[in-house]
Design a protein around this ligand. Structure first.
Ligand SMILES: Cc1cc2nc3c(=O)[nH]c(=O)nc-3n(C[C@H](O)[C@H](O)[C@H](O)COP(=O)(O)OP(=O)(O)OC[C@H]3O[C@@H](n4cnc5c(N)ncnc54)[C@H](O)[C@@H]3O)c2cc1C
Ligand code: FES
Length: 280
């Protein structure tokens, strides 16, 4: 796929929670090619400090306007948050491989599971699934109600939205994995559900993803996960974002239990069964 380096004027860079911002800019080149789950590599200042770009997922596409939703973590995202409308943003993209959602049909019910800022790429996925007529459930977890993102926007898309908070200030008191359990285990049955009808798409912190993996394998639900890793080059050259992948031939090649893949080039979206979670 063709990758572009564009410098665009920022339309808006708005604070949406205590530490998250939503930024928009127009780029026809990227907007008409990018798929949900793909990411942009963003230069966070007008100088070479910081030198490295920061990977941020595409959060929304409206016509040719690209939205990103990001959490201020350190220097790079801190500098990004200081930009205002009319400033310029330097972006490389689209990068990586996105979600494989084309096969979702009426007989498969997508459940989108976002932990914290992990909801960012899932909103774009919801936009595309809705266009395909899917009946979507979105589960969103956060520490407190002030950090629950995208609920109104997802409801406007006609998604069924359920919320959990660690402190119980909104939705159920618990984690987004508790919400997922409630979806997968029908209240009136102790038996395993007919899970072929569900498909999970998830993004969030690794401990949460590990639990999603356990549930998905227990209930045999096919699942795709978007992973975050520190990245330098963003295009598969530096090996900085390598992760261990289960080696399907490990029985034969006993000394080699794992293969490696690069999150930036082979991912960031993987089949949940591929990842060697015990090594994460
Ligand atoms: C595919 C992908 C998609 C993502 N999508 C989103 C999203 O949609 N929204 C969101 O909020 N976050 C997203 N993230 C996470 C986001 O990239 C990080 O939060 C961001 O990089 C933090 O940058 P920072 O400079 O603010 O934080 P820092 O912690 O200051 O820096 C980030 C990391 O880069 C390294 N680093 C910093 N400076 C240097 C240096 N000079 N030399 C070497 N290494 C350095 C550090 O080790 C540090 O851990 C995504 C990550 C990936 C991989
Ligand atoms: S960031 Fe360089 S290989 Fe992935």
């Amino acid at each position: 796929m063709k990758i572009f380096n564009v410098k665009k004027e920022i339309i808006e860079n708005k604070k949406v929670s205590s530490n998250c911002y939503r930024m928009t800019f127009e780029s026809k080149e990227i907007a008409c090619r990018v798929k949900p789950g793909q990411f942009l590599h963003i230069k966070c200042s007008d100088t070479y400090d910081p030198l490295l770009r920061r990977p941020i997922s595409v959060h929304s596409i409206e016509n040719n306007v690209i939205g990103i939703l990001y959490k201020v973590i350190g220097r790079g995202t801190g500098l990004l948050s200081k930009k205002t409308s009319g400033d310029t943003i330097d972006v490389i993209g689209p990068l990586g491989n996105g979600f494989d959602y084309q096969l979702v049909s009426n007989c498969q019910l997508p459940i989108l599971v976002g932990g914290g800022i992990g909801i960012a790429p899932l909103y774009f996925l919801a936009q595309r699934l809705v266009e395909r007529g899917s009946n979507i459930t979105v589960l969103i977890g956060a520490d407190t109600k002030y950090n629950i993102l995208c609920v109104d926007e997802l409801k406007k898309l006609d998604c069924k939205v359920k919320v959990s908070t660690d402190d119980g200030s909104a939705g159920i008191s618990g984690t987004v994995v508790d919400l997922l359990k409630n979806e997968l285990i029908p209240a009136n049955s102790k038996f395993k559900i007919q899970n072929a009808k569900f498909k999970i798409f998830t993004c969030g912190p690794v401990p949460m993803l590990k639990q999603v993996n356990q549930l998905a394998s227990k209930y045999n639900v096919s699942s795709q996960v978007s992973l975050e890793r520190q990245m330098a080059c963003g295009v598969g050259a530096c090996m900085g974002c390598s992760i261990k992948i289960r080696n399907p031939k490990s029985e034969i090649r006993k000394n080699k239990m794992f293969d490696y893949k690069q999150v930036c080039k082979d991912g960031p979206v993987f089949d949940i069964k591929e990842i060697a979670w015990e090594e994460m």
